[in-house]
Design a protein around this ligand. Sequence first.
Ligand SMILES: [Zn+2]
Length: 168
Amino acid sequence: MTTSRIRVFPDSCLRKICTPVRSFDGELKELVMHLRQIMQNQKMGIGIAAPQIGVLRQVALVNVSVRVEKAQELVLINPVIRWMAGENLSHEGCMSLPEYTGYVQRAARVGIRYQDLSGNSVDYEAEGLEAVCIQHELDHLQGKLFFDRVVTLKTDMHPRHWKKKTRR
Ligand SMILES: [Zn+2]
């Protein structure tokens, strides 16, 4: 079912619209545990979405506690954005685009509604890095990647590491 391999662009799983979760069962809990484990293995990982491991379901994890004090893990099942406010230009990276980072314009604050592991509906408001991360992960569930939102690929996308020029 699941694999621990992170899907990297241009893997087709990253471009699919994910289907909603209907049964809140053991399989869902297993998927969430698995996502958590993979995110924790990534140094400074703050979010992951199910399609990044090839599971096309509306499940994402956000946990900015490595950078924001008192932040808690959010397990987002079937999440939707209810409102957005303000603007925030942020420098983003993605496990599925390991070679690049980019500047992305997003809302500074968001209100979302999602379901928890038991299927209960939860309303939540976020700001700052957590709001940005939520928007990034919800994009994944719609088959969108952060570079779809940069203003120009030429000026807003940057290689993560400068590769040494090799002589031929
Ligand atoms: Zn991502």
